[in-house]
Ligand binder design. Sequence first.
Ligand code: CMP
Length: 392
Amino acid sequence: MFMTTNRAPSKIIPRAFPGIKPGEVEELIANSQVHTYAAETVLCRENAIETIFYMILEGEVEVTKVINQTEARVLKTLSAGDFFGEMALIHNAPRAATVTSKTEVVVLELDKQNFDRVLQHSSSVAMAMVKEISERLRQNDEMAIEDLRMRASELAQAYQKLAEQDLVRREFLANVAHELRTPLMAASGYLQILQKGRLQGNQLNEAIETVSRNVGHIISLVNDILFLQEIELVLPAFQPVNLGEIAQSIVKKYEKKATERGVHLKVRNERNVPEVNGDSKSLERAVTALMDNAIKFSPRGGDVEINFEKQKDWLAISVEDHGIGIATDQLSRIFDRFYHLEKSGDDLFGGIGIGLAITRQVIEQHHGKLNVESKQGKGSKFTMLLPLETGI
Ligand code: CMP
């Protein structure tokens, strides 16, 4: 083939192999063939047994190698004057990488026999080849080492995460057992008394009432635990939810309990609350948990208020009480599963500390935020922020 442009093999070969003698260039050209390939042609395939050596006369190729069994990493882009496909021929091994044309490429090709002959005859070609191969091997080694390092650190991180999860799980189990034991012991104690059959009248009613309250407590704890476990596993289909209506129905549900405790419930700005995209059951549960705590920690005659406010792209729902409040150093812990304020003055606040963990989890599931403002002795205000018009 006759070429007069600067892609002529006689011009390009000396660029690849500095010091090559004119006779050697002639020999190389005489034993090779020029081929043109379209873009996106695979010229060398990693791991394949192939026996052609290439020198690029025109165009560009990309050298890639698969790491981690899935990810193809680009090692280098080669252009006119660069060669490839030499490693498999010299090592008698499968291709070390994949070489794909990025543009249309014109290449000079040598088969193994001719390649070996040129290598034996020309020290300049051999020298250039040794230099280039050692550089490529070094680069490939570095990549492999870097890859190993990355994988080792990924493994270490995964291991640490697992260890943390394991700890959380163990603490969770211990807490569950502990939380269940109190009402179970109470119920079982009263059942033993009942079994003796000596209680009558008011005493009998009280004992039955205590057993029933404790069993109710166990059921609600088990339900909460199941809910919390489930919410981590299944993502419900989101739909438009009217939280104003939900708040009203929660207040209705809690009216009796609040009256018994002398607590006043109020809902503000619940009309025309913009709908949020979410799961109504989970959101109801989240607000209920806040409400439950607010009533629990309110003094007699205290107010609990649910308020709605639109804040830019967020819907803010706050639940505020004027009860005992939370100490600053305890604020960060209150969302832990089972954390609860056991004692305040002489009042024992029993009950399951799983509520806030549920609220937090639901908010996370809805890509929202949860803020808490609280001062000891002054009360607490929990604000759920839910995104409006999300494309979830
Ligand atoms: P071979 O193994 O025959 O086939 C794939 C080719 O990709 C290989 O020869 C080299 O020519 C080329 N190659 C491998 N690793 C590199 C690298 N790090 N940089 C440039 N080219 C490479």
